[in-house]
Structure formats: structure tokens, C-alpha cells
Ligand binder design. Structure first.
Ligand code: IMP
Ligand code: MG
Length: 181
């Protein structure tokens, strides 16, 4: 893994794909244990676009009956959150009286999760849980419960495995961190 450039910035390797897949193995094992024998069909809600690779890997490891849905939330411009979360695409299915597992690439300030939970509550979901690949405790502001965390990371800007810098870098299999000057 080498240093890469996206737009005007340089990024250095941080978490290799094999390690990411290990966190996903662990998260899936926890979900499988918690939802073992469920008689409902929980909804796995992919938050577009960042969670696409994570949701794809997670799904292949889930062994209880589940339905996949998505919605698009945005708040980031460049390397920081605007603090204002928008739902750019509506939920692809009804969540009324359904249990929903929100699948996020990363929880940073927590504003996205907070907004998502509010929408799901309004739409009548019976329960919502949050499953995130990465969590930045140093940036967390909202205090919503995060049920499943793959890995805690420092408050640095990262890209790869779904995460972008102004839409570039989502396709990288590994995670990279912004180079310190
Ligand atoms: P929050 O609303 O501040 O918790 O941020 C959530 C969203 O911001 C995530 O789903 C990502 O799309 C984006 N985000 C947060 N941190 C990073 C980062 O380090 N790199 C790229 N995107 C990020
Ligand atoms: Mg996201």
C-alpha cells in the first residue's frame, strides 16, 4: 500500500482490507447472536453511499432472515461535517412496525445517526439499532446509543472502503488517513 492522492490531498495507508474484514466478521457474529431465531425479518438499512462496501460484506455474513433497504443521507463537504444533515433519497421500503439495523460506515459527530433515528421513529419502526464499522469517540457529540462498533479510531479524516473525500476514494479496498504536514 502506497501513499495516494485524491483531489488536492495526500493520504497514507491506515487499515488494510484484511483487518477491515476481521472487524466485519466480529460485528456479524454479534448480530447473528442477538438476532438468532428471530421470527420477524429485520431491515438492514444501508446509508448510501458510504456504507455500500460495508453492507455488502456484512450481508454475506448474516445468517438470520433479513431485508435490505437503503436511504441517502449527506452532511459532509470536503473533510468536515456541515452539521446539517439532509435525506437526499427516501427510504426504499416501509419500516412501519419493523426492526431496523442502521448500517453506517462511520459515526463522527453523530448528527447523521440522530437524524436517521428521528426519521425511522416518525415512519413507525418498532426498534432501531446502529451498527457502524468505525467510530470517532473524540468527535462524538449527540450521545445516541451505538449498538455495534467495528473499531474506534482517532479524530482524523480517512478515506477508502466506502469513505470519500469529495466523492473520490470510495472504491479503495483499504482505508487511508490524511497525511499530516
Ligand atoms: P456524522 O453525522 O458527523 O456522524 O458523520 C457521518 C457521516 O459523515 C459518515 O456517514 C460519513 O459519510 C461522513 N464522514 C465522517 N467522518 C468521515 C471521514 O473521516 N472520512 C469520510 N467521511 C466521513
Ligand atoms: Mg455516510
Amino acid at each position: 500500500m502506497d501513499k495516494i492522492q485524491l483531489h488536492d490531498k495526500f493520504f497514507v495507508p491506515c487499515i488494510p482490507n484484511e483487518e477491515i474484514l476481521k472487524f466485519i466478521d466480529e460485528l456479524a457474529a454479534k448480530l447473528n447472536a442477538d438476532f438468532n431465531g428471530c421470527v420477524d425479518v429485520p431491515i438492514i438499512l444501508c446509508i448510501l453511499n458510504g456504507s455500500i462496501p460495508f453492507t455488502g460484506e456484512l450481508l454475506q455474513r448474516i445468517n438470520f432472515p433479513c431485508q435490505v433497504a437503503s436511504t441517502k443521507m449527506t452532511s459532509y463537504v470536503g473533510t468536515s461535517t456541515t452539521g446539517e444533515v439532509k435525506q437526499d433519497l427516501p427510504l426504499t421500503c416501509s419500516v412501519k412496525d419493523r426492526r431496523v439495523i442502521i448500517v453506517e460506515d462511520i459515526v463522527d459527530s453523530g448528527y447523521t445517526i440522530q437524524a436517521m433515528k428521528k426519521i425511522l421513529e416518525r415512519e413507525g419502526a418498532s426498534e432501531t439499532r446502529v451498527c457502524t464499522l468505525l467510530f470517532k469517540p473524540g468527535a462524538y457529540k449527540t450521545g445516541e446509543k451505538i449498538d455495534y462498533i467495528g473499531k474506534e479510531i482517532p479524530n482524523d479524516f480517512i478515506v477508502g472502503f466506502g469513505l470519500d473525500y469529495d466523492e473520490l476514494g470510495r472504491n479503495l479496498p483499504d482505508i487511508y488517513i490524511l497525511e499530516q504536514n
